[in-house]
Design a protein around this ligand. Structure first.
Ligand code: 5RP
Length: 252
């Protein structure tokens, strides 16, 4: 006769490890629970936000949501949302949004973010800066102690004019942090990656942390060729993190 432990194991087989994309989907679906009919919604960009937009489209189709207006943060999101039949508009028509849902590349314990490795940081910052509530959705691999200190890219959108000059200035600005500035190139043709706004992206790589994030961001914005940087400081109001142990939520 099987032992009671063996019987219990047979009744509940070991749980499968979830893939990163499955975790992203769990976080995204949780965020969509905040969406109510009649809302003006900021629609983020990237593989996590894509799940949220799919879910909003599904709920609209099922009649569980109505009268939603989406403000897309990229041409890619615009295409996805319009293919799902989500009514779309822009900041000119809707300067105040009820809620935005978006992913992030890094999140620190104060809910400061790095965004823009997907290339849409400018529109994301414009739109998510106008929301009453900004819900950030990530899998737990995005959690860091200090944004910009992960050794991964900190994106900065710059004008193409004399981009080498601007890249050099940025590198020099953060030389104490061992900064290396690299022009982002497109994986398709090896040419400079061009944003939805016709700009280039410089990815900054730091060997050490950059100190006061706000001061660092302000210094970048004082450089005339810089359009926007990828640090989203004090913007997120809600954080949803999906991990192997379940979903956690933090609020400001
Ligand atoms: C795009 C972004 C994305 O939100 C960020 O890159 C996260 O992407 P993903 O959800 O695919 O991991 O900032 O500009």
């Amino acid at each position: 006769m099987a032992s009671s432990a063996a019987a219990a194991a047979a009744a509940s087989p070991p749980q499968r490890i979830l893939s990163q994309d499955e975790l992203k989907k769990i976080a995204a679906y949780k965020a969509v629970e905040f969406v109510e009919s009649g809302m003006v919604l900021g629609l983020g960009t990237g593989s996590t936000a894509k799940h949220a937009i799919d879910r909003i489209g599904e709920l609209l189709r099922q009649g569980k949501l109505a009268n939603i207006v989406g403000i897309p943060t990229s041409t890619q999101t615009h295409q996805q949302a319009s293919s799902l039949g989500i009514p779309l508009s822009d900041l000119d028509a809707h300067p105040v949004l009820d809620l935005a849902i978006d992913g992030a590349d890094e999140v620190d314990p104060d809910m400061n973010l790095v965004k823009g490795r997907g290339g849409s940081l400018l529109r994301e910052k414009m739109i998510e800066g106008c929301c009453k509530k900004f819900v950030v959705i990530v899998d737990e691999s995005k959690l860091v102690d200090y944004v910009g200190g992960s050794g991964l890219a900190m994106p900065v959108e710059i004008v193409p004019f004399c981009w080498r000059f601007t890249a050099q200035k940025l590198q020099t600005m953060f030389e104490d942090s061992g900064c290396v500035a690299k022009l982002r190139v497109s994986a398709e043709d090896g040419e400079a990656y061009v944003t939805d706004n016709g700009n280039f992206i410089i990815d900054l790589y730091f060997k050490k942390d950059i100190g006061d994030l706000k001061a660092a961001g302000d210094a970048m914005l004082r450089l005339a060729g810089v359009v926007e940087h990828g640090m989203f400081i004090d913007m997120a109001t809600t954080l949803i993190v999906a991990g192997e142990m379940g979903v956690r939520m933090g609020m400001k």
